[in-house]
Design a protein around this ligand. Structure first.
Ligand SMILES: Nc1ncnc2c1ncn2[C@@H]1O[C@H](COP(=O)(O)OP(=O)(O)O)[C@@H](O)[C@H]1O
Ligand SMILES: [Mg+2]
Length: 239
């Protein structure tokens, strides 16, 4: 259970989109430290646009975004990244021509107060494949390995809020279960906060709370244990 104190991220009446079209139509959203929040909704609901607006790659048309007490909606992507807000996009990014190990080491540059080697050892414990493949060039990793590397980079860089856009997409069912379990373990071991945009119903197994998005609006928001799983799966999930 997360400590229900002040939210670390607080979004009010957010409106954002592309050109003249509003895709996000007035969303209120809160995230508390140390919780996993699932953002579910059908294709085109606005999940990606919403995460990108928080990360800073999409500029909001109206509304406010706070990181603790600091208003951040006019800050650059890098300024938000330095505060500890990180987005792992659907096509997980990295330094494609560098080996896996170097990708992790470079991420340590963003981390001023912790031992990069210690954090890398933790990442290797959670994702042993990143140790086994440390000399491999990053863009030759499989989709699942790439996602693990991106999450590992977030851990090494001490990102406080790691938002992952569709962590399960493209992964075999067994790997989905494993990755989601690992994300829960990361939350429990390190106290990192996670926001996961998902269409896979397995998100209900690890999220503390769920926001249901449809056509750019919040349809519901509740603790996962209060939700009717089959109803959520039918209305808001791809599978
Ligand atoms: N770069 C873009 N330019 C114009 N429209 C976009 C862009 N990205 C997404 N959209 C539109 O915004 C809507 C929401 O998309 P998206 O945020 O990707 O939803 P989701 O991630 O829930 O599938 C869709 O109608 C999509 O076509
Ligand atoms: Mg999306």
């Amino acid at each position: 259970m997360p400590a229900l104190s002040r939210p670390i991220l607080s979004v009010s009446n957010l409106i954002a989109g592309y050109g003249n079209t509003s895709v996000i139509k007035g969303i209120d959203f809160e995230v508390y430290e140390g919780e996993i929040v699932g953002l579910v909704g059908p294709n085109g609901a606005g999940k990606t646009t919403f995460l990108e607006t928080i990360a800073g790659t999409v500029k909001p048309r109206a509304g406010k975004i706070f990181w603790r007490d600091k208003r951040i909606d006019a800050l650059s992507v890098m300024a938000r990244r330095k505060l500890g807000i990180m987005l792992v996009p659907q096509e997980a990014y990295m330094f494609p021509m560098m080996p896996v190990k170097a990708n992790l080491e470079v991420s340590g540059v963003l981390n001023r107060d912790r031992d990069t080697r210690e954090l890398m050892a933790y990442v290797h414990e959670i994702f042993p494949v990143l140790k086994a493949r440390e000399k491999q060039i990053a863009n030759t990793l499989s989709g699942g390995e790439r996602k693990m590397l991106a999450v590992g980079m977030g851990i090494v860089s001490s990102a406080k809020l790691i938002m992952i856009d569709e962590p399960s997409i493209g992964l075999a069912p067994r790997l989905v279960t494993k990755l989601l379990e690992n994300l829960k373990k990361i939350k429990e071991d390190t106290g990192r906060t996670l926001v996961l945009a998902e269409q896979n119903v397995k998100i209900l197994n690890i999220a503390d709370r769920i926001y249901g998005l449809e056509a750019g609006e919040t349809r519901f928001c509740d603790r996962t244990q209060n939700l009717d799983e089959s109803m959520v799966a039918e209305l808001y999930m791809g599978k």
